[in-house]
Design a protein. Structure first.
Ligand SMILES: Nc1ncnc2c1ncn2[C@@H]1O[C@H](COP(=O)(O)OP(=O)(O)OP(=O)(O)O)[C@@H](O)[C@H]1O
Length: 671
């Protein structure tokens, strides 16, 4: 890309810049090289020839000189680019496929050709066509100004040019191939849906349904899907649908699976059953399932299988997979689980996160990390200082995906993904328990035709076409809400702790959530002064303190942990009996994640939430969650109102129309 661009720049210099000054200098140089005899003769000849021969000669020399200067210019620029790649993370962004083509086209030419195309269209114009012309051009502008964004644009996008056209041709070929080789299947394999050809699907090259799966009867498959409210939505009818893997025996035989990595579990959880086939088949996945439902293993198995396949069993040092987590503790926990699988097949999994020694992590990376689990900030650091290279990381997971795609992490994620192979060349998986509409269009720009797998009520066949994924809490969690005066909170916490840690329950683990760091400090001090064995975890603590508090809580040394939302997502702490929300979180999604620290892996849980006048903006959303989980809704809460304020789109506000951006636009051509 750079070479082409530089050459073009130099071509422009060649034709525009008059070589006069250089020629004079070069003339005198050439004169010096001549013998004195020749000099006179040459001078005569020069005078006679005036502007002909010698001008040619000087031009030749000057061209040589220019070439030389071009070369050095090129070298300089290449060097600068190299330096950028190391120093500035944006350098990696330049390598985003697609931006290559943007860069290789001179902007003037581009504009001209767009103008031409526009004017052609406007010749056959009517109002609609004009509007369409604008629509066609608009995304191009975005692409030019924001090359970091891997924007999914309509096929008719003119300025996307060759790249997209090539892609769409490829897509067509691919889908034709798929049509021929795979059994055509319905768009949605809904809970109560049916599969074509008695559900027998010819699997893709990397995943073949085992005979055990094929042998399942259609009613058995349907019953399993509807019992667990499983919906798998394929973006195109041409893609294969797969039957769920309802037993570990139904998994294919591989080096990893032959080592029985799931011996401790009885059967796959619904999200594992439904998503493993697609993950193993190399598909991009959006997986949405309740808290504590085994999503980590849902992505860990296809991850390790993909890395093994890509390494060919030989090169185990290259980083081939990256899993991004929003918090350090979650990254460490995920690392533990993935490492278990990796160690069975001789792969290294390395965890990199902030607040810990960079040198140790660098050393671990140097030794070879086939899989990397990371928090965004530290990962970006290593990318920019060359400590890690992700150009072969063709398997990418965004865990707690909605958090990773919200405003706080959006730019980091864009940067990280632009260092990985292009989305066409990588497999991208996103897993979460909550999938708000606000992040869905951004998610689609990082994926290719993901299959959307949702587990839960309200996401059945009827909802398959909609982009909405119903927000719901884990049904096994008993949710209680106490409307309370702000000033009475601390005493109430103390009362509740006494109640739920009385007698035989004295060591029961209770997680107390606060909204602010200072509030967490205050509540912790208040409780410890009253003899409660309590620790805390929040952003104002050093990483060692955070790790120590969490460990003490896990081991039951301090059965009460006061936390901010750093502990709201993903943490799998065994036997948390009660979650106590002292202050309501900022979003209803955070509420679902917080209470999800209890009632994990099929167990029952309990959550008590203190709700005050200050939280009334959340009453409608909370009432909906309670009702959907068949929980009691206190009258005092209903008094705050049931209205749910529509969440506005980040850029377009509350009136943004919810459309499925993963759907391709229809191509309209004008003669
Ligand atoms: N097939 C299984 N059978 C029983 N338990 C399982 C199974 N798979 C995973 N688990 C256990 O379930 C617990 C929760 O798993 P995990 O942490 O992956 O949940 P999650 O869906 O990612 O939760 P969250 O949404 O809170 O991040 C873990 O202790 C894990 O070991």
């Amino acid at each position: 890309m750079t070479t082409q661009k530089h050459l073009r720049d130099e071509e422009i210099v060649d034709t525009v810049e008059p070589p006069r000054k250089k020629s004079k200098k070069l003339e005198s140089n050439s004169e010096r090289t001549n013998s004195k005899k020749d000099k006179k003769h040459k001078e005569k000849r020069e005078k006679a020839a005036v502007d002909t021969e010698d001008r040619d000669a000087t031009e030749k020399v000057s061209k040589k000189d220019k070439k030389k200067s071009k070369k050095s210019k090129k070298e300089k620029k290449a060097k600068a680019d190299d330096e950028e790649a190391v120093d500035a993370p944006e350098a990696a962004v330049k390598e985003v496929p697609g931006s290559e083509e943007q860069g290789s086209e001179a902007p003037k030419e581009k504009k001209k050709s767009r103008k031409d195309k526009k004017s052609k269209k406007f010749k056959v114009t009517d109002a609609e066509q004009q509007v369409d012309g604008e629509m066609v051009d608009a995304p191009a502008e975005i692409l030019e100004t924001e090359p970091t964004t891997e924007t999914v644009t309509p096929e008719s996008n003119v300025a996307d040019g060759a790249v997209k056209e090539k892609k769409s041709k490829k897509d067509k070929k691919k889908s034709k191939k798929e049509k021929n080789s795979k059994t055509s299947s319905p768009d949605t394999q809904a809970a109560n849906g049916t599969q074509s050809n008695n559900g027998l699907v010819t699997a893709s090259s990397s995943y073949t349904e085992t005979n055990a799966v094929r042998a399942l009867s259609e009613p058995d498959v349907s019953t399993f899907l509807s019992k667990h409210n499983i919906t798998a939505t394929n973006p195109k009818p041409s893609y294969a649908t797969y039957r769920p893997i309802i037993s570990f025996d139904h998994l294919p035989s591989t080096t990893l699976l032959n080592k029985s990595p799931f011996a401790e579990y009885k059967e796959p959880t619904p999200i594992q059953a439904a998503s493993w086939p697609y993950g193993l088949a190399g598909r991009d996945i959006i997986g949405v399932a309740e808290t504590g439902s085994g999503k980590t293993m849902a992505f860990a198995l296809p991850c390790v299988e993909a890395v093994l396949a890509a390494s060919g069993g030989k090169d185990r040092k290259t980083t081939r997979a990256v899993i991004v987590s929003p918090t350090r503790e979650l990254a460490m926990q995920t690392n533990e689980q993935v490492s278990k699988l990796c160690s069975l097949v001789g792969l290294n999994c390395v965890c990199i996160y902030g607040g810990a020694s960079k040198d140790d992590q660098r050393y671990a990376l140097r030794k070879g990390a086939a899989v990397v689990v990371a928090t965004p900030g530290r990962l970006k650091d290593f990318i920019s200082d060359g400590g890690i290279t992700l150009d072969k990381a063709a398997f990418v997971v965004l865990d707690e995906a909605d958090r990773m795609l919200d405003k706080g992490f959006e730019e980091d994620i864009k940067e990280i993904l632009s260092s990985c192979p292009a989305k066409e060349k990588r497999q991208t998986l996103m897993f979460t328990a909550t999938w708000p509409f606000s992040v869905q269009s951004l998610a689609s720009t990082f994926m290719i035709d993901p299959v959307k797998i949702t587990i839960g009520r309200g996401n059945g066949a009827d909802a398959s076409d909609s982009a909405e994924v119903k927000l719901q809490a884990n049904d096994r969690i008993k949710q209680e809400v106490e409307v309370i005066d702000q000033r009475a909170k601390e005493q109430r916490v103390l009362q509740l702790l006494k109640k739920y840690q009385s007698g035989a329950k004295k060591d029961d683990r209770i997680l107390v959530f606060c909204l602010y760091k200072k509030e967490a400090v205050r509540v912790e001090n208040f409780l410890s002064q009253r003899g409660v064995r309590v620790g805390s975890i929040h952003g104002d603590l050093k990483q060692e303190q955070r790790t120590r508090s969490l460990e003490a809580f896990k081991q039951g040394k301090t059965p009460v942990l006061v936390a901010t939302d750093v502990a709201a997502r993903g943490l799998d702490i065994p036997e948390v009996k009660l979650v106590l929300n002292v202050t309501f979180p900022l979003t209803i999604e955070d509420y679902v994640h917080r209470i999800g620290r209890t009632g994990r892996a099929g167990k029952d849980g309990h959550a008590i939430t203190m709700f005050t006048e200050h939280d009334k903006a959340h009453s409608g959303e909370l009432i909906n969650i309670l009702k959907a989980s068949k929980q009691a809704v206190p009258d005092e809460l209903l008094k705050f109102g049931t209205t749910v304020k529509r969440k506005g789109h980040d850029a377009y506000g509350a009136f943004f129309k919810a459309v499925d951006t993963t759907k391709r636009a229809t191509k309209i051509t004008f003669d």
